[in-house]
Design a protein around this ligand. Structure first.
Ligand SMILES: Cc1ncc(COP(=O)(O)O)c(C=O)c1O
Length: 450
């Protein structure tokens, strides 16, 4: 029925009843908001029938395109059986099958614990790490190490290990303390990529030496720090940091919520450096961006620590109502099939090479300070002064203005401050990738006046 309403009628209902996430609701209604009514392949169609390229995969989720028949039928087939039954104390068919498929592809991990968002997947990883050390007789290992500028979601534990001042500062008194290391940001470092990696590794080593005895785990966004501005790790950093964690007996929790499922050109970003984490959080692309299923994977060693007699009260006391939802697991299974039939990981590598070439003229623009890319994960950082690497003042909202212009030119994306994101669905064909980069180029030129 809502499809019959015009966009302006829906916006008026939105104004009256809906509070949008990460959105200043005062300015929102003056900005001619969009209401999406349909999706088709890599396009989103608004309630008035206008079509836009989905330049950020609907917030980094979409993998196989919208309204994909194979995924739609996986859901309707499952719906004909059952939509949901609990996973507390019993199993269900697609949740079990999906766990087997995920452990076959996730590096070195053999057990799956489900939840429903990236934040909960991380939250569960933190609780598992903390509870693990208590169960193996080392309760003093109860602290966490994470990276400045990191983002792991908006629940209290995930915020505690997050480090984006704008999102997290206000809630400081609610959060638990963590040790913080510096994520290697080559653009903002005075020196080579190697020196940048080395400086950050030295700091990490020093933190681990000082606090390793009291740390349960180290949380990291492997290869790309996403919400922090699409900061790409220098080669060699992840492998070295994994070695350091191991040497100091600190578990490694890889947050692959943004990077997982082919996004960086490997199924999981950890694979770029042959890293086997102790815990991995995944979400977003797990269901191709269709339904809210997330998962926390771990090793046999950690899982075994939670085994015991009823009287020992050793179980992992955690769960959510929708844990292991059948519809979500069924669509995730169909998505994994598509990875194989579409040869999707190889395709991402080819598309990434194409995009890298297309982005060269963007990098040359006078107000583009840095173009960062890993696979189909791209951030274009806008600066007021390219030579001095000076950022625009916050009030200029340059990133938001460029994204708004991109929308007028036919592509939807969202900025991270003044870093404009380009993260197309992984199936995007060359022609659409070219259009996306053209729009990005046009929007930057139009707004920055270059
Ligand atoms: C690396 C990372 N972890 C966790 C999250 C949180 O995921 P969700 O929004 O599904 O809670 C995000 C979201 O962008 C993310 O990028």
């Amino acid at each position: 029925m809502s499809l019959d309403r015009t966009q302006s009628e829906l916006v008026e209902l939105n104004r009256r009843h809906l509070w949008n996430p990460f959105t200043q609701m005062r300015g929102y209604f003056e900005s001619d908001p969009l209401v999406i009514a349909r999706g088709e392949g890599v396009r989103l169609i608004d309630a008035d029938g206008r079509s836009y390229l989905d330049g950020n995969s609907s917030l980094w989720l979409n993998i196989h395109g919208h309204n994909r028949p194979e995924l739609n039928s996986a859901i309707t087939d499952q719906l004909g059986k059952i939509a949901h039954s609990t996973l507390l104390g019993m199993g269900n068919v697609p949740a079990i099958e999906l766990a087997a498929r995920l452990t076959a592809i996730a590096p070195g991990l053999s057990k799956v614990f489900y939840s429903d968002s990236g934040a909960t997947a991380v939250e569960i990883g933190l609780k598992i790490a903390y509870a693990y050390w208590r169960r193996v007789g080392r309760p003093e290992k109860s602290g966490f190490l994470s990276f400045r500028n990191g983002y792991h979601g908006d629940t209290v534990g995930a915020m505690s290990v997050g480090g984006i001042d704008l999102f997290h500062d206000e809630f400081g008194p609610l959060l638990f303390g963590v040790e913080r290391a510096t994520y290697p940001n080559q653009y903002r470092f005075d020196g080579t990529a190697l020196e940048c990696a080395q400086a950050c590794l030295s700091e990490l080593e020093e933190l681990l030496s000082r606090h390793g005895e009291s740390l349960a785990c180290c949380v990291v966004e492997p290869m790309v720090q996403g919400a922090g501005g699409m900061i790409t790790m220098p080669d060699g950093f992840l492998g070295r940091m994994a070695d350091l964690c191991r040497a100091h007996d600190v578990l490694l929790l890889a947050d692959e919520v943004a990077t997982g499922f082919g996004r960086t050109g490997r199924m999981f970003a950890c694979e770029h450096e042959g890293v086997n984490p102790d815990i991995m959080a995944m979400g977003k692309g797990l269901t191709g961006g269709y339904l809210p299923v997330a998962a926390t994977l771990t090793t046999e060693r950690i899982y075994d620590a939670f085994l015991g007699e009823h009287s020992e009260k050793n179980a992992f006391f955690h769960g959510h109502s929708f844990t292991g939802n059948q519809l979500g697991c069924a669509v995730a299974l169909a998505g994994l099939d598509l990875f194989e039939t579409d040869r999707l990981v190889e395709k991402v590598q080819e598309s990434a090479a194409l995009v890298a070439g297309l982005l060269k003229p963007v990098a040359d623009l006078p107000h583009v300070g840095d173009v960062r890319q890993r696979g189909l994960m791209v951030g274009v950082e806008l600066v007021e002064d390219k030579l001095a690497k000076r950022s625009y003042p916050w009030e200029s909202a340059m990133g938001a203005r460029v994204c708004r212009r991109a929308r007028d030119l036919g592509m939807i994306t969202r900025p991270l401050g003044d870093t404009v994101v380009l993260m197309p669905p992984l199936v995007t064909e060359s022609e659409d990738l070219t259009s996306m980069v053209d729009i990005l180029h046009g929007a930057i030129c139009g707004v920055t006046g270059s």
